[in-house]
Design a protein. Structure first.
Length: 110
């Protein structure tokens, strides 16, 4: 038995893990031969927004019962998932730009 089966529904797991993290790959749409710090940050932003959208939907649908009384479920999901998405974006953008500056060979395309 899977450890999370007691509190995560199958559809929720599918949205939160498979679909949301698959959409991070949309960042690759902005890959180009001429990389810059700006293009890296924009790619990270696109990937984070795409992933955030799915976490927002799942939070709205599956975690509505955890919202404080009187707070709409959509607002609760927006705040909780938005905070983590913002931190993820900032951290990933910083790390990738630093990697691009210090080890550009990691970003070479063929």
């Amino acid at each position: 038995m899977w450890i999370f089966s007691s509190f995560l529904a199958y559809r929720q797991r599918k949205i939160e893990y498979f679909i949301a993290f698959s959409f991070v790959g949309l960042a690759g749409l902005l890959a180009s031969r001429s990389l810059s710090a700006r293009s890296i940050v924009l790619a990270v932003l696109l990937g984070c927004l795409a992933r955030y959208f799915w976490h927002f939907i799942a939070g709205w649908v599956y975690f509505a019962k955890y919202a404080p009384e009187g707070m709409p479920a959509a607002l609760y999901s927006l705040i909780v998932n938005g905070g983590t998405a913002l931190l993820t974006f900032v951290l990933c953008a910083i790390v990738l730009v630093l990697l691009w500056k210090t080890a550009p060979r990691l970003f070479k395309t063929t």
